[in-house]
Write a protein that binds this ligand. Structure first.
Ligand SMILES: [Zn+2]
Length: 473
């Protein structure tokens, strides 16, 4: 009899031990476009701001486990966000442009978020861009093309996760089918409450079974495709930290179930498509601030929480150092607005001066927003370039915009951004993605399994194993 009790006690102990190591709470942070140099550049920038030539670390880079991952898609050496999102979500490589389907563009594949749901967890999907954008979509939608925004939005309801957050829907109505239901109206039908802004979230959260958090309608009227860049944010704007705090709060309504939460820092990529270094580094810091909120949760549940931080690909081919063996990143602190934000400043001036903006006014705006002439001494050549662009595009002219992936900016805003990047000794290779390694950082239950050089498709499987989800590839 004694032996039986001993056996039983040992069985219980081993069950407890293996159970204790499971990640009941999973955070999956994806910095869109956040290659190794986006992270390293931000840390060196922070170091220079502290007056040293050394890194000033972010929170997530100090996690005990770190490695690198490859990102190529099934069809391209350089992936897009749809194929990369599908790899990071489902563990399957696919064709560029495809969301949650194999490269035949038909066979649907489920994501780690669905595996989590089927294993009884509460699930949240959140981003700083629109909720139907490629990365978040890969966790709940199945579409051959990433730009089918209406269909992706409808898939969100079918997936039925507890919490979604982002700037808004891109296409609340189906432009191709006038009889299709409006996506906001579908919320009622599927038991979702839509809250606009953090304050509204706090008022509505207790009553809601399922929640969609968007920015305010006013903010969406300005730009429904994303919440504002961190560098441009005002007090009333929804932030990625607000979103992360709300997500944790909502998923924690029934902590006994455990949860899976994916949070995307979606605009690191956008800033890098625009080759805007200061804006990109501020976005990486902003993602880090959101991760700090998860880290606080981790500290309360260290044995049962896993935080994984990675990226879907690198964007822009950013180079830290352009020939001289030094950096001058601290100068980027003089930039007070994104390239897009400065475009808005110039638009305002066009209206004020009826398209005939005086050079002195432009100079003042450049001084206020980039520190030119004041903090940053310009060379004659740089000053001539600014004047030249001014003469061609602003002096008695209507706007001529420079187009990048997600923005159309005033030529003068683009030139100012190029000059401050040059001053910082930061270079860019392209306005697109690159195949460079992306970093992977992890802490908590199961983090030790993220070791060795990884391929992106391994990451959801490693998460599922750490959390005990049944993998349904
Ligand atoms: Zn991406």
């Amino acid at each position: 009899m004694k032996k039986f009790y001993l056996f039983f006690a040992l069985l219980l102990l081993s069950f407890n031990l293996s159970f204790a190591q499971q990640a009941k709470y999973v955070f999956y942070f994806i910095g869109d476009g956040m290659g190794v140099n986006q992270v390293q550049g931000t840390e060196l920038f922070q170091g220079e701001l502290k007056g040293k030539i050394a890194i000033e670390p972010l929170c997530f880079t100090q996690f005990p486990v770190s490695t690198i991952a490859t990102t190529f898609s099934a069809t391209n050496g350089v992936t897009d966000s749809a194929a990369a999102g599908t790899a990071l979500a489902t563990g399957n490589k696919t064709k560029n442009g495809a969301i949650g389907v194999l490269k035949d563009l038909e066979t649907p594949v489920n994501s780690v978020a669905v595996w989590a749901k089927n294993s009884g967890k509460r699930v949240g999907i959140a981003t700083s861009v629109s909720i139907d954008h490629a990365t978040p979509a890969a966790f709940y939608a199945h579409e051959a093309g990433r730009s089918s925004y209406y269909n992706i939005g409808a898939d969100l309801y079918t997936a039925g996760f507890e919490f979604y957050a982002g700037s808004d829907f891109m296409e609340p109505d189906n432009d191709k089918n006038k009889n299709a239901k409006n996506l906001y109206k579908m919320a009622d039908e599927y038991g979702y409450c839509i809250a606009r802004g953090y304050n509204e979230y706090t008022k509505k959260c207790s009553q809601a079974e399922k929640m969609i958090l968007f920015q305010s309608e006013d903010a969406s009227k300005m730009d429904r495709s994303a919440i504002p860049y961190a560098i441009d944010r005002t007090d009333t704007d929804l932030s990625l930290s607000d979103i992360t705090r709300s997500a944790i709060d909502f998923l924690s309504k029934d902590l006994s179930k455990g949860f899976f939460l994916m949070v995307e820092g979606g605009k690191i990529d956008w800033a890098c498509h625009s080759n805007d270094a200061a804006t990109a580094f501020r976005e990486v810091q902003d993602l880090d601030n959101a991760i700090k909120i998860a880290y606080e949760f981790y500290k309360q549940h260290p044995d049962e929480t896993l935080i994984v931080v990675t990226a879907d690909h690198e964007t822009g081919g950013i180079v830290l150092g352009t020939g001289e063996y030094k950096l001058n990143l601290r100068t980027l602190a003089n930039q007070k607005t994104s390239e897009s934000g400065f475009t808005k400043v110039l638009n305002g001036m066009r209206k004020k001066y009826k398209n005939n903006v005086p050079w002195e006014a432009v100079k003042e705006a450049l001084e206020d927003n980039f520190g030119f002439w004041d903090e940053i001494k310009l060379s004659e050549e740089q000053e001539a370039r600014l004047e030249n662009v001014y003469e061609k595009t602003l002096k008695g002219q209507s706007a001529k915009m420079e187009k990048s992936e997600y923005a159309q900016d005033e030529a003068l805003a683009a030139e100012a951004k190029r000059i401050i990047n040059e001053t910082a000794l930061v270079g860019w290779t392209s306005g697109g993605h690159s195949a460079g390694y992306v970093p992977v950082f992890a802490i908590g239950a199961g983090a030790e399994n993220f070791s060795g050089r990884l391929d992106n498709v391994q990451i959801p499987t490693l998460i599922a194993k750490a959390a005990g989800y049944t993998i349904e590839k």
